[in-house]
Design a protein around this ligand. Structure first.
Ligand SMILES: [Zn+2]
Length: 243
């Protein structure tokens, strides 16, 4: 690598694995570097942010970002996706319907503007939304070369109807949770959430990641299995779900 994670203010989590916390909404974008391939997890909140992310990720990887995984269809995670032209884009099955349906696009735009994104930037991002071509139901193993394999798992619905997580085996194992887990505030449950299934989704996440993994929330600091388990209990309590 020509540049270090620290120099670009990314957090290194394991060999070839890191993330950055994006400005304004503290949204996480993750990177897994393979041999000649690289996976970015989430794309930022605007086209310009996507372009910046891509440049940084490619500097860190030393080559192109070849794959993009979208954890769920919220503006702060997907509006930069069009900056990754040519990458293979993955999402939970059905996520493309949010991007193509008129009301889905309008809700994305309204949510972005309501959260403070400039209306012009929101229009530009909605017009350019990149559709995931690979729809994950269950699990999908991605080979990034050089012995680097990652697992994409559809564990929802929970935070949205289309929640995808990314597991990166290694020591430590790293789990990119999307907004199924939040550290910097309460988990956000909007109109598109499926709260009754959320605790079960976190059980699935814990099964996949195990006790020793680093769990990377969609917003906030990296947490451990105990934190995820406590958040699962709190969500069950909040939404009246019996465990
Ligand atoms: Zn979200």
């Amino acid at each position: 690598m020509t540049v270090t994670w620290e120099e670009l203010r990314w957090e290194r989590l394991a060999t070839g694995v890191g993330r950055c916390r994006l400005p304004v909404w503290d949204c996480t974008a993750g990177l897994v570097v393979g041999a000649g391939a690289a996976l970015l997890i989430d794309a930022g909140s605007s086209l310009a942010e996507g372009v910046r992310l891509r440049a940084q990720a490619e500097e860190l990887a030393g080559h192109r970002v070849t794959h993009l995984a979208l954890t769920h269809p919220h503006f702060d995670h997907v509006f930069g996706a069009a900056a990754f032209a040519g990458a293979e884009v993955f999402g939970a099955v059905g996520v493309d319907t949010v991007f193509t349906a008129r009301h889905g696009r309008e809700e994305l735009r309204a949510d972005a503007v309501g959260n403070g994104l400039d209306a012009h930037l929101a229009d530009e991002a909605v017009d350019a939304l990149a559709l995931p071509r690979h729809h994950v139901s269950g699990e999908w193993t991605l080979d990034l070369g050089g012995g680097r394999q990652v697992l994409l798992a559809n564990v929802g619905p929970a935070h949205t109807a289309h929640d995808l997580v990314v597991l990166v085996p290694g020591s430590p194992e790293v789990v990119f949770c999307g907004d199924l887990v939040e550290e910097s505030g309460e988990p956000q449950a909007g109109r598109d959430a499926v709260p009754s299934h959320w605790p079960a989704a976190l059980d699935r996440l814990l099964d996949l990641g195990g006790e020793d993994a680093l769990y990377v929330p969609g917003h906030g600091a990296v947490v451990d299995a105990a934190f995820v388990r406590a958040q699962r209990d709190a969500l069950a309590d909040r939404f009246g779900v019996s465990l």
